[in-house]
Design a protein around this ligand. Structure first.
Ligand code: SF4
Length: 309
C-alpha cells in the first residue's frame, strides 16, 4: 500500500490479488512479486490508474470526438487534494485529458504538485498543437509520459484533425526531446489504411508506444465495424515494427495479449473522473458518483455499492 511517507519517491509499491507490484514512474518499469500471497484486507484501495478530464474545452473538432461538449473545468486545489489522496491509497498514476488538457491554465502547477508531493506517474493525452517551447519548459520534469493523438499522416491527419501535419511532426520532435511519449491512434475505415504510416511515424519520431483505439460509437457515429476491428487485429498480428503496440481494455478480442495482473479487475484497475467531478468506470460510461468533500475513495466505494445493489 502506498502512504504519505513515500511522497516524492520515484518507486511506488502497491499490493493486491496478484501480489506486490513495484512501479518506477521515471522509466515505466513494473516489477511484480506474484509469489507473495497478500490477504485481501491489505489490498490497495485505489484504482491502479485514474484518468481525469481537466476540462471539456478543446480547440479542435474531430468527427469521432466523444468528449462531452458542456462547459466544465475542475478546480486546481481539488485536483491536488485528489492526487494526494490517490497517492496515499496506492494508486500508481493519473492521466490528464479532456477536452484538451493544455487548455487548462493551471496545468503546469497541478503537474508540478503531483511530481513534488506524490509518487504518482503523470501522463497526459493531447493533440499536441499547443506544445510550445515555453509550455514544454513548464512541464519538463513534472510529466512522465505524453500521449499524442495521431490517426493518420498527411492529408488524412489534416482532414480529421484540421491542423497541418507538418506542424504535428514539429511538435512531436519537441515533445520527444523533453518527454517519453507515445501515439494514440483512433482506428476506423478512414484511418485503417494509414496504420503502416502511423507506425513508421512513431518509430522515426522516437515514440515508445502506439496505442490503437477502435472508434467507439458516439454522437450518431456507429464506431468501428466488426470488419475494421478484424482488419486491425490482422494488422497487429502481421506487425513487425520496433514500437510497442497497446490496445485499450476490451479491444483485444481473441488476440493473445499479455495480462500481467489478471486478478486486478474493474475499479481496482481503472477509474475516470470527468470535468464536472463525477467518478465513472470509464469515460465511456454515462453514470457515476460525484467526488465531494469526502474524497475520491468514498465516491469509489459508493460506485462499487451501487453496482452491487
Ligand atoms: S482533440 Fe480530442 S478532445 Fe479535441 S475534438 Fe479531437 S478528439 Fe475531441
Amino acid at each position: 500500500m502506498g502512504d504519505a511517507s513515500d511522497a516524492g519517491l520515484p518507486v511506488k509499491r502497491r499490493v493486491g490479488p496478484d501480489g506486490i507490484h513495484l512501479f518506477d514512474r521515471r522509466t515505466g518499469l513494473n516489477v511484480l512479486f506474484d509469489e507473495v500471497d497478500v490477504p485481501e484486507t491489505q489490498w490497495t484501495r485505489a484504482p491502479r490508474q485514474v484518468s481525469i478530464a481537466l476540462t471539456n474545452a478543446c480547440d479542435l473538432a474531430c468527427p469521432f470526438c466523444y468528449a462531452p461538449k458542456a462547459a466544465a473545468m475542475l478546480d486546481a486545489d481539488r485536483l491536488c487534494a485528489w492526487a494526494d489522496e490517490l497517492n496515499a491509497e496506492g494508486c500508481l498514476g493519473i492521466g490528464f485529458g479532456g477536452g484538451e488538457p493544455t487548455l487548462y491554465r493551471r496545468l503546469p502547477q497541478v503537474c508540478r504538485h503531483v511530481a513534488e508531493h506524490t509518487s504518482l506517474a503523470v501522463t497526459m493525452t493531447t493533440h499536441a498543437h499547443r506544445f510550445t517551447p515555453r509550455l514544454i519548459d513548464a512541464l519538463a520534469g513534472a510529466v512522465n509520459f505524453v500521449r499524442v493523438s495521431v490517426d493518420g499522416v498527411g492529408p488524412i491527419y489534416e482532414e480529421l484533425r484540421g491542423r497541418p501535419f507538418v506542424e504535428l511532426v514539429q511538435r512531436l520532435t519537441w515533445i520527444g526531446r523533453a518527454f517519453r511519449f507515445g501515439l494514440n491512434c483512433v482506428v476506423n475505415l478512414r484511418t485503417l489504411p494509414d496504420l503502416d504510416a502511423v507506425s513508421d511515424l512513431a518509430a522515426t519520431t522516437g515514440a515508445e508506444e502506439l496505442l490503437l483505439l477502435p472508434e467507439r460509437p458516439a454522437r450518431g457515429r456507429p464506431g468501428s465495424s466488426p470488419n475494421v476491428v478484424a482488419a486491425l487485429h490482422q494488422w497487429i498480428t502481421d506487425y513487425r515494427g520496433p514500437v510497442a503496440l497497446t490496445l485499450g481494455a476490451g479491444d483485444s478480442g481473441s488476440l493473445p495479449i499479455a495480462q500481467p495482473l489478471p486478478s486486478e479487475t474493474g475499479l481496482r484497475t481503472y477509474a475516470h473522473i470527468d470535468a464536472s467531478g463525477t467518478l465513472r468506470r470509464s469515460s465511456y460510461h454515462s453514470t457515476g458518483e460525484p467526488v465531494d468533500e469526502r474524497g475520491v475513495l468514498a465516491a469509489l466505494e459508493r460506485l462499487q455499492q451501487k453496482d452491487v445493489a
